[in-house]
Design a protein around this ligand. Structure first.
Ligand SMILES: N[C@@H](CCC[C@H](N)C(=O)O)C(=O)O
Length: 256
């Protein structure tokens, strides 16, 4: 069978996008998902995203990590909005559904602003913060992000959390409103060039621990620049928005 796909990237976090409104994609075929993401034997991506019809929302987004595990993905959500616009499912605004609940989003000139879930699951530890932003995130400040062994340390910390583990974000503060981030992603089992739910966790963790008093944070990542804004009341973060570019790369077909 020939599978038509589109490749998108959001600040270098890259995805194979599939229009599955026909419900023909074999979701249980983990080997196929892994093959699509394989950078040597497949298309190459951090994850696979299916767009499906939904009775109550503009569309349903289903995200698979490269290893076939399912969760929410912030950059993937932004790319899903750009893809849904290309497919003419939406125009400039949308309300779509994903595994963590509904998401409002707008797209303007390739820049997608995506409303994330409210964040109230935040644990401040001695040297790190854990936050749930649609998926699990460990956040840790380091002195020299360029020299930091993100893969080795990220892998170690990822498995120190009980199943399903945690993504791991290493952070360097640049100024009051700017934090550079490098992320080790579970399910990809490698450092990726950006992580949307990750920078969201970082912005909230830095606010929660008093590293910043701002509610609009710039987050340079390896693949570009992201922005996170939010409101905070009694330790609960609402109106959380992740903003950045979402870009079509190429399309093609692959035998599955
Ligand atoms: N890159 C994503 C996060 C993808 C999911 C993550 N690997 C997990 O398993 O939690 C993002 O942009 O949020």
């Amino acid at each position: 069978m020939n599978l038509e796909f589109y490749k998108y990237q959001g600040t270098g976090n890259d995805f194979v996008m599939i229009d599955n409104r026909t419900l023909t994609f074999p979701k249980e075929n983990i080997a196929l998902i892994a093959k699509l993401c394989d950078r040597n034997f497949g298309i190459g991506a951090d994850g696979v995203i299916l767009i499906e019809n939904d009775l109550d929302f503009d569309f349903r987004m289903i995200y698979f990590n490269a290893d076939g595990s399912q969760t929410f993905c912030g950059n993937g959500g932004r790319c899903a909005v750009a893809f849904a616009k290309y497919l003419e499912i939406i125009k400039a605004k949308t309300n779509f559904i994903a595994v963590d609940g509904p998401h409002l989003a707008t797209i303007d000139n390739g820049i997608v602003s995506l409303k994330m879930i409210d964040v109230d699951e935040i644990t401040v530890k001695e040297n790190s913060v854990f936050a749930y932003t649609g998926t699990q995130h460990h956040v840790e400040l380091v002195a020299d992000l360029d020299q930091f062994p993100v893969f080795e340390k990220g892998k170690e910390i990822r498995y120190s959390y009980s199943d399903p583990g945690s993504n791991v974000n290493f952070v360097q503060q640049i100024n009051d409103a700017t934090f550079r981030v490098r992320t080790y992603e579970k399910g990809v089992e490698d450092e990726t060039l950006a992580c949307g739910t990750g920078v969201t966790a970082v912005a909230i963790a830095m606010h929660k621990t008093g590293k910043t008093t701002r509610n609009l944070i710039s987050l340079p990542v390896e693949g570009g620049n992201l922005e996170v804004s939010f409101s905070e009341e009694n330790g609960v973060y609402t109106n959380v928005f992740l903003k950045g570019p979402a870009t079509f790369v190429f399309k093609g077909s692959i035998s599955s």
